[in-house]
Design a protein around this ligand. Structure first.
Ligand SMILES: [Zn+2]
Length: 146
């Protein structure tokens, strides 16, 4: 197995670490309006893990979600050709379900395949898991533009 493949292997320990990193990022969230503190950890094909948190704004529609800030940061740190293989999401209230919103699903789809794994707090906070294709079965893609 190549080093790159091994570094992206999603063992239970790796998934747990991703959830922990997302929870840690949530502690830095700027959410004075919703008080909903969200963190995300994005695993790239190159094995790097990049985190983000939500950053709200008094002009509500300018708010940036945790998944979006993590992906923007991944592009900044690793370049435009990143590929996302998994995303973990966490929020400060461990009893609230938190899947990516519609906009984040589309943002993830820009850099991921349908098999990209999504880890999130499910109902009552228990660990949930699905794929991007489960969340966004007919995403708008560059192929849609041709
Ligand atoms: Zn979102």
């Amino acid at each position: 197995m190549s080093l790159e493949k091994k570094s992206q292997e999603l063992t239970p320990q790796r998934i747990h670490a991703m959830r922990e990193q997302a929870a840690s990022a949530a502690r830095n969230a700027y959410a004075p309006y919703s008080n909903f503190f969200v963190g995300a950890a994005v695993l790239l094909e190159n094995g790097h893990l990049v985190t983000g948190c939500n950053v709200e704004n008094a002009s509500f529609r300018l708010t940036t979600c945790a998944e979006q800030s993590a992906i923007a940061r991944a592009v900044i740190e690793h370049g435009a050709h990143i590929r996302v293989v998994a995303v973990a999401i966490a929020n400060a209230d461990a009893t609230v379900a938190c899947q990516p919103c519609g906009a984040c699903r589309q943002t993830i789809a820009e850099f991921a395949e349908g098999a990209c794994r999504i880890f999130y707090p499910g109902e009552k906070g228990e660990p949930g898991e699905c794929t991007l294709a489960d969340l966004l079965p007919a995403s708008f893609t560059a192929a849609s533009l041709q």
